[in-house]
Design a protein around this ligand. Structure first.
Ligand SMILES: [Zn+2]
Length: 214
């Protein structure tokens, strides 16, 4: 799932369809009010959640997407993998994209971009360790955020359970930065156990993220 910052055309009718945005927002607010994540960021996310517009687009090629041109988070409840995701995860991930694009601008932050560069270089010496994190039966086997981080850092060359293909990352560093930012934000706000793996393998990235959202 990704931000869309160019008009892709063909959005057509932006309607809520089967997606209950009000219910999803209320549920999400309940969840993040209990969050133990970075305090300022959690509060900020609660504000953003209440000021985000949601719509359904059944032609979307992702289960959900933040469209910065329309400033709308689109859901596709008919997408074959929509039901595989927790609504909490989708909300946190897409709202993080909105926060990043409207406010934090991770791709313009030198410390964050340098941390990405260093982590990407470091990843090649840890490939076996990182791959074992996703082995079948592992605690992180289905961790989308951790998977996204590895996919982004390796630009799709390390084969993780979920993540974007090489062509996606070839579109530029903004795509890498925004995807990593959202993944770290989700881990932070939802209190994902994968924080332990981020601390182990990507601590510089984590610190750069914390610097952005503090
Ligand atoms: Zn995304």
């Amino acid at each position: 799932m990704s931000p869309r910052d160019v008009a892709s055309g063909g959005i057509g009718q932006a309607e809520l369809g089967d997606f209950d945005g009000i219910k999803a927002e209320a549920h999400f607010l309940q969840t993040i009010r209990k969050s133990g994540g970075t305090e300022a960021h959690v509060k900020n996310m609660a504000f953003y959640a209440q000021t985000t517009q949601f719509a359904e687009d059944i032609n979307l090629k992702y289960p959900a997407l933040y469209d910065s041109k329309d400033d709308i988070i689109y859901f596709n409840t008919k997408h074959p993998s929509f039901d595989k995701y927790d609504i909490e995860f989708i909300m946190a991930h897409e709202i993080s994209h909105r926060m990043d694009i409207l406010q934090y601008k991770s791709w313009e932050d030198d410390v964050f971009m340098r941390a990405i560069e260093m982590s990407a270089q470091g990843i090649s010496s840890h490939v076996d360790g990182i791959m074992s994190v996703f082995s079948v039966g592992s605690e992180y086997e289905n961790d989308e955020s951790l998977s996204d981080i590895v996919s982004a850092l390796s630009k799709g060359t390390i084969n993780v359970p979920t993540g974007h293909p090489i062509e996606y990352w070839e579109q530029g560093d903004v795509y890498v930065a925004t995807e990593i930012f959202s993944a770290l934000s989700v881990i932070d706000v939802l209190g994902s156990p994968s924080i332990k793996m981020v601390e182990k393998y990507f601590v510089r990235l984590l610190n750069a993220y914390r610097g952005l959202v503090k």
